[in-house]
Design a binder for this molecule. Structure first.
Ligand SMILES: [Zn+2]
Length: 327
């Protein structure tokens, strides 16, 4: 797939009162979109990019016809929450974040031991010690890019934010929130095109994030907005269709995950090689294992696989009807 390049720091009005600004990222999709939503008392800024990219907020804000009245964070991933402190000081606006999302944000980015905790958890899921070491190092690098805003105004799904309804859209992150008004959705990383949002299992996360995500897609398809604007890639012009496409992608991957299981114990790390191949950089393996685990846990919840945890760690087997599988 060709990587589309985006012009950064330029304000683009997508439709009346919805302005997009794109910021650069050093990795992954190489860009993230933030949005300004016009309101009676000023603009609402949705998401903030990374913390150490020196976003020229003053220059960007000069292009707006009014002040930023508030900042809203869709979810606690580095490319969305990492620049919150800088955006708050540049705008003077308060930061609003979901209660669950902020709790996870503090646990992950507000504590120095997260890379060690996640590495230990990966070990427990079959990742070899040498690879876990590399994961610790890449985790520390990422933490440096996150400067979230402490003690934001906390909101819950169902609350209103300047005329927008806050909608729970868990899956890509447990506490992910989107904004819905009229027939428009500001979707964060819940609904993207052409890339598909990552849905991974992480320590201390909800037990079945892929189940959460498939429910989210079903609810958004029912909501059937006319347009959905996300954190990466292109605007989604047929959101209900895109929900169905992404759900089909995961159903297919669930079938491939189930096909990788048999009577022998296999860890999430083992199965990630079947799904994502053998040659991955540590940071990619980290996503591959998390993504594989979310699919394995969905299969367990659906009665299509069995989870076995003992002193060797967590592993999975196919589910045999009428009788116990050997361990
Ligand atoms: Zn993102």
């Amino acid at each position: 797939m060709a990587v589309q390049t985006w012009e950064t720091h330029r304000l683009e009005e997508l439709e009346p009162g919805i302005v997009r600004v794109t910021l650069a990222l050093p990795t992954g999709p190489r860009h993230v979109h933030c949005y300004f939503l016009r309101g009676d008392d000023g603009w609402t800024l949705v998401d903030t990019g990374l913390g150490l990219m020196e976003t020229p907020w003053e220059e960007i804000l000069d292009g707006l016809d009014g002040p930023v009245a508030r900042i809203f964070i869709t979810h606690m991933h580095p490319d969305h929450v990492g620049g919150a402190e800088a955006a708050a000081s540049a705008t003077g606006a308060p930061v609003t974040q979901g209660r669950l999302d902020y709790a996870q944000c503090e646990r992950v980015w507000g504590s120095g031991d997260w890379p060690e905790r996640i590495a230990e958890w990966f070990l427990h899921n079959g990742v070899p010690p040498a690879v876990s070491e590399e994961l610790i190092e890449s985790g520390h690098v990422f933490a440096d890019f996150v400067r979230f805003a402490w003690n934001p105004t906390l909101v819950e799904p169902g609350d209103e934010l300047d005329g927008w309804r806050i909608v729970a859209t868990p899956g890509h992150a447990d506490g992910h929130l989107s904004l819905h008004r009229g027939d428009v959705l500001i979707a964060g990383d819940t609904l993207l095109t052409p890339i598909t949002p990552a849905v991974g299992l992480y320590p201390e996360s909800r037990p079945d994030p892929l189940g959460d995500y498939l429910d989210t897609l079903a609810r958004l398809a029912e909501l059937a907005p006319r347009a959905s604007y996300g954190g990466h890639g292109l605007p989604v012009t047929r959101p209900a269709e895109r929900c169905a496409e992404i759900a089909a992608h995961h159903e297919d991957r669930l079938d491939r995950t189930a096909a990788a299981l048999g009577p022998e114990r296999r860890s999430g790390y083992d199965v990630s090689h079947d799904l994502f191949g053998h040659d991955l950089a540590p940071i990619q393996r980290r996503f591959a294992v998390a993504e594989t685990l979310s699919h394995l846990e969905r299969l367990v919840a659906a009665g299509r696989a069995e989870r076995r945890e003992d002193d060797r760690g967590v592993a999975y087997t196919a589910r045999f009807s009428g009788g116990r599988a050997p361990s």
